[in-house]
Design a protein around this ligand. Structure first.
Ligand SMILES: Cc1cc2nc3c(=O)[nH]c(=O)nc-3n(C[C@H](O)[C@H](O)[C@H](O)COP(=O)(O)OP(=O)(O)OC[C@H]3O[C@@H](n4cnc5c(N)ncnc54)[C@H](O)[C@@H]3O)c2cc1C
Ligand code: SF4
Ligand code: SF4
Length: 385
């Protein structure tokens, strides 16, 4: 890589992590990619010709010396002003609640009008996107398909295509590159299904950080997936291909506790189980600093429900989320009922624990986001001094 005069002048400043000093490709390279914090969300891909995702890794093909860039401003792994985002989307400063800001927590599953498919759990995510595309509330949706075990971003417009993307791909996916594509193609009511880091990045995009006067929010609905961690694609693929023929995989599942297994389903109905302790070493380094389990900046968040594998946990956060969920229920696409108190308690505790682990790790490593993570958890009393 050819070093330019601008590069040299910037050395030493980017390490401060101050968004106001350097907000371009070199900052992203130093603070995120070289620091092994990237979780491959895809937000920096497709904005310019320089960034690419190749088999789970985000790489910069050529150096760019611009002082600012959307790649840097949209990255969820550079320090994020959570107060600012919370004010913008929820009308109040960030208070560190383990589940973020929300209206209600329910349980749900796809109803009869959706039909059956190999959903991860209750099919709530697919049901809502299917309904919203059919009704014209969304003009396209950003989903994640797979080729073998490799997650593939998809931009779909046909409601039936939602069913080609069902179920979880447990390695990091450059899903948001499909959002960049959809925006470039002129879509204006885009549905996004995304993990918490991807949702945070989408919130950064929607906050118009570069103050573009012509900016209009291109999203119609953000569905966040609960996430505790994601796997590094390449070692995960090797690990699995040493045990089974990847072409025969029909679904991968990690049932909630007390199960401590990854389940891999194969054509012909066979299932193999792998203890999670063998999988954990393959988790991305960047996930260990992640303080968000429930995708706090989404319109609605969906996860599995402990003890009921055919149901989902459903968090409704915003008015546009509530409106679509209510209509989907009324029109026979979604079944909703109350969340049992015990499940809610477990959910809060799991989300709080994730915040605590992230803070401890960030403090140990002395990384930039430690300060902000500490602020989050102090406020929510997740940890004490
Ligand atoms: C990496 C990862 C970790 C997760 N960890 C947890 C957890 O700790 N606890 C928990 O309760 N739930 C977790 N989930 C969420 C859970 O697995 C289900 O996605 C969720 O409950 C929705 O179920 P569903 O039946 O409605 O999904 P479906 O209707 O089958 O739809 C699944 C949707 O997920 C999208 N998707 C799949 N893989 C990815 C990916 N890698 N990135 C972005 N989008 C993707 C697909 O586009 C599809 O729209 C995780 C999901 C992922 C992808
Ligand atoms: S976390 Fe996302 S935006 Fe940041 S460098 Fe990685 S792929 Fe790009
Ligand atoms: S744990 Fe956090 S950083 Fe890792 S994939 Fe999930 S949301 Fe992204």
């Amino acid at each position: 890589m050819v070093e330019t005069a601008t590069d040299r002048k910037l050395e030493g400043t980017v390490k401060t992590g101050d968004r106001n000093q350097f907000r371009g490709q070199k900052g992203l390279q130093d603070l995120v990619l070289d620091a092994n914090l990237c979780t491959g969300c895809g937000a920096c891909i497709g904005l310019c010709p320089y960034f690419r995702s190749y088999r789970g890794k985000t790489v910069a093909l050529f150096p760019c010396t611009l002082m600012t860039g959307r790649c840097f401003d949209f990255c969820p792994k550079v320090e994020v002003d959570l107060d600012n985002l919370s004010e913008k989307f929820f009308g109040r400063s960030y208070d560190g609640n383990p589940l973020g800001s929300y209206q209600t927590v329910m349980i749900s599953r796809a109803d009869e009008k959706v039909g059956s498919a190999a959903f991860q759990a209750g099919g709530t995510v697919s049901a809502i996107i299917y309904f919203a595309l059919k009704k014209g509330y969304l003009d396209g949706a950003v989903l994640t398909d797979r080729d073998g075990l490799l997650p593939i971003p998809r931009f779909v417009t046909n409601p039936e295509d939602v069913f080609t993307c069902v179920s979880s791909k447990y390695s990091a996916a450059p899903t948001l590159s499909a959002l960049n594509q959809g925006i470039r193609d002129g879509f204006t009511q885009i549905g996004v299904v995304a993990t918490p880091c991807q949702v945070l990045s989408t919130a950064l995009m929607r906050s118009n950080p570069l103050d573009d006067k012509a900016f209009v929010d291109p999203t119609g609905l953000i569905i966040g997936l609960f996430c505790t961690w994601a796997l590094d694609f390449r070692p995960f693929e090797k690990f699995v291909s040493d045990r089974v023929d990847i072409k025969n995989i029909t679904k991968v599942d990690i049932p909630p506790p007390p199960s401590d297994m990854m389940e891999i389903y194969l054509r012909g109905g066979q299932k193999i189980e792998i203890p999670l302790e063998e999988i954990r070493p393959l988790v991305l380094e960047g996930c260990s600093y992640c303080a968000d389990m429930t995708a706090e900046f989404s319109d609605i968040s969906v996860g599995v429900l402990e003890g009921q594998p055919d149901m989902n946990t459903l968090i409704i956060r915003t008015e546009r989320g509530r409106k679509i969920v209510n209509e989907a229920q009324k029109e026979g696409y979604l079944v909703i009922s109350d969340m049992p108190a015990k499940n809610l308690e477990h959910l809060q505790s799991a989300a709080g624990n994730k915040k605590r682990r992230a803070v401890i790790k960030a403090k140990q490593e002395g990384i930039l986001s430690a300060k902000i993570l500490e602020k989050i958890t102090r406020r929510s009393h997740v940890i004490s001094d």
